[in-house]
Ligand binder design. Structure first.
Ligand SMILES: *Cc1c(COP(=O)(O)O)cnc(C)c1O
Length: 403
């Protein structure tokens, strides 16, 4: 038997309910993703309470499901987008938008400039192209500079700073670029500094934010100007694996707030993806076959890495570990057994859970894979092997007003 991550507290009853509804409400067709917006709204409220003077931006790439964006729009200040596609998906909302990501094409830059989106410049070359396009179409572009910092967010699952990088302008080149942008007549919007992702260490995040503020202050001084906005990145992680615990964001806010309040001329934003939506999502896949092979029991399901790549350990992990899973249809008290849960793809990589202890399940039962709300369907190879695209549902209270 191997351990698995902890099931989020909201889902620990058996049989499983999501947003107060039984799983059978969603499983006429499987596999499906179900997102409990009540949980997302709860995270947003926690953020607001912990970071009262900080704008909250949602990083759309974590989960671009249209009803999720529509429910999120009235509750967050901004959407952070990373492509022309995400730009189009967010066109109907009044939120501020900023556009980060390397390799923005001319057509994407033009759409963003026309829509008044802040472009987080990833290089001097991108700045040149944005300025030339703005000049050609007669718009004043909103430009911020993404900084490739000299430091990295310690302990983050995905480090984005402290080295050569396709992301952001190396810190030492930033002041000259800021001066050039301002001289060219652009609306300079400030700095974007993203030092890492999936961090669960409060002290490391506090440290990284302090470094971010020091760096923003130093670069602004060198450029001889005050940044209207500093996007502090985020990197708040969620506990996927055994031994990991939820992030105590209140401690981060309590440390950060006094320092930000002392800088009244600059607005600050934190951009979050997985912390807002990751735990709220459940991937539901039905057991099609149960087989024994050389002493191991396999539950073969109708979906796997084609929809939930990250749970199989194939999205940026070095050592495969088990996400939390459950038999959604099991009654409390069902005897348990050790099983391996696999998907239907013809590859040994398609393993949703390896030798975990679960209530005994049969074909027709439904397996729940938790932590599926971020980087799930949109970050998986959906067309690989030609299975049908799974449905997605947003459930729970989507009407919770902003405090
Ligand atoms: C992906 C991304 C995010 C969101 O990261 P999470 O780990 O989902 O919070 C935020 N900012 C930038 C620049 C990103 O590329």
């Amino acid at each position: 038997m191997k351990p698995m991550g902890a099931i989020p507290a909201e889902f620990r009853e058996a049989p499983l309910t999501i947003g107060g509804r039984p799983v059978s409400d969603f499983t006429a067709q499987t596999p499906v993703f179900v997102y409990d917006f009540g949980m997302v709204a709860g995270r947003i409220e926690r953020f607001r309470a912990a970071f009262p003077v900080v704008d909250l931006h949602y990083a759309v790439k974590a989960n671009p499901f249209a009803p999720m964006l529509a429910a999120m729009a009235p509750l967050v200040d901004g959407f952070d987008i990373a492509s022309g596609g995400e730009l189009a998906m967010t066109d109907n909302f009044a939120n501020q938008r900023s556009f980060a990501g390397p390799g923005k094409r001319d057509a994407e830059l033009e759409m963003a400039i026309r829509a008044g989106v802040t472009i987080n410049l990833e290089s001097a070359g991108e700045a040149d192209r944005a300025l030339a396009i703005a000049d050609r179409i007669g718009f004043t572009p909103r430009l911020a500079v993404r900084v490739n910092p000299e430091f990295e967010l310690r302990g983050s699952g995905m480090r984005m700073g402290g080295r050569a990088s396709p992301f952001g302008v190396d810190a030492e080149q930033v002041p000259a670029l800021v001066k050039r942008i301002i001289a060219a007549g652009a609306d300079w919007r400030g700095f974007h500094i993203f030092a890492g992702s999936q961090a669960l260490d409060v002290a490391a995040i506090i440290d990284s934010q302090a470094h971010t503020l020091d760096l923003a202050e130093r670069l602004a001084n060198e450029a001889g100007t005050t940044p209207p906005l500093v996007n502090l990145g985020g990197g708040f992680g969620i506990p996927y694996f055994p031994g990991e615990t939820p992030l105590y964001v209140e401690a981060i806010g309590a440390t950060l707030m006094p320092r930000l309040s002392a800088l009244p001329e600059t607005r600050f934003a934190i951009e979050l993806g997985r912390w807002l939506v990751g735990e709220a999502g459940v991937y539901l896949t039905r057991v099609v076959d149960r087989k024994e092979s050389r002493g191991e029991t396999f539950l073969v399901c109708d979906g796997g890495l084609n929809h939930q790549l990250a749970a199989t350990g194939n999205l940026g992990t070095v050592v495969r570990r088990n996400y939390p899973v459950a038999v959604a249809t099991a009654e409390a008290g069902t005897p348990t057994e050790t099983v391996t849960v696999v998907g239907p793809l013809c590859t040994p990589l398609d393993r949703l859970a390896d030798q975990v202890e679960l209530p005994a399940a049969r074909p027709g039962d439904v397996i729940a894979v938790f932590m599926a709300g971020a980087y799930g369907l949109s970050a998986s190879p959906v067309d690989f092997l030609g299975h049908a695209r799974p449905a997605e549902f947003l459930t729970g209270d989507t009407q919770i007003p902003r405090a």
